[in-house]
Design a protein around this ligand. Structure first.
Ligand code: FES
Length: 277
């Protein structure tokens, strides 16, 4: 497909300031026919290019079940992302290649209880799958979302989280690291809230987690302690990817390339990789 090698022009339809350092860019291909042909599954990513600044990979933060656009949520964390934040506004154009990478195991999670565990910007790839599963809600049993951030201001997708909270078929648990005057629910890091508050059912449950590497590490430890099997813990790694095509050698863990072999892995697969994240 042409979008894998040559950047296709997308128009920025909307910019949402999610947190002080995260913005969501809602993108539409300039060529409407291309928008229809651009199909992707939750977990995949795109290469986003800004003329004069370079390219960066970002997961697609929305689901293909929501037609006519796709979202990328971008945290200001380096030169290219800072340039994107300062120079890209609604109506501007950017280059997009993709979609790349594998996707969450949609067949494996069908018919199961779902537990999403996210931290900070790590909710972005989970949001793609959450939207997909909400749009196919009857395919799943219990549906729990545990999401945490450093502070309440650092929680992404605040408006959408309200919709999730209003949806009686979902259970949403939010937490922040330290108490705040206006915060009335849970306080504590995600793995602690997982063990002490959520206390998930183990049987017939698939866990999908993403967040800062340290959060993923401790969340997996908590899940194993609770009794989950490695094959039922699924995560997505977005490490140091650049080319997205297995060519630049930036993303490898041992002989595994996150961009080509992932970014979605089960803990069963991760256990066989060198401990680098
Ligand atoms: S991002 Fe270049 S090899 Fe994976």
């Amino acid at each position: 497909m042409e979008t894998l090698l040559v950047p296709m022009i997308c128009k920025v339809d909307k910019v949402i300031q999610e947190t002080p350092d995260i913005r969501t860019y809602r993108l539409k291909f300039r060529d409407e026919g291309m928008m229809e042909k651009f199909t992707f599954l939750p977990g995949q990513f795109v290469e986003f290019s800004l003329l004069g600044s370079g390219e960066c990979t970002f997961c697609i933060a929305s689901s293909g079940t929501r037609k006519g656009y796709f979202d990328c949520s971008i945290k200001k964390a380096g030169v290219v992302t800072a340039d994107i934040h300062t120079s890209i506004e609604e109506g501007d154009e950017v280059g997009i290649r993709g979609p790349f990478g594998n996707w969450f195991p949609l067949e494996d999670i069908k018919g199961k209880n779902l537990l999403f565990v996210g931290g900070g910007i790590g909710l972005a790839p989970l949001r793609s799958l959450i939207q997909y599963c909400i749009d196919n809600r009857s395919d799943y049993k219990d549906f729990t979302i545990l999401y945490g951030a450093r502070t309440s201001a650092d929680l992404c997708y605040k408006d959408e989280i309200k919709e999730w909270q209003d949806n009686k078929s979902l259970k949403v648990v939010l937490t922040i690291d330290k108490p705040e005057d206006t915060w009335t629910t849970h306080v504590g890091v995600v793995p602690k809230i997982l063990e002490e508050i959520v206390k998930p059912v183990i049987e017939n449950t698939k866990v999908i987690t993403c967040g800062p590497p340290i959060m993923i590490k401790y969340t997996i430890q908590s899940l194993l302690k609770l009794g989950f099997a490695d094959k039922d813990i699924i995560t997505t790694l977005e490490m140091k990817m650049q080319c997205g095509l297995g060519k630049c050698g930036r993303c490898n863990i041992g002989s595994t390339y996150v961009c080509k072999d992932g970014p979605v892995f089960t803990n069963e697969q991760l256990k066989n990789l060198p401990d680098e994240f």
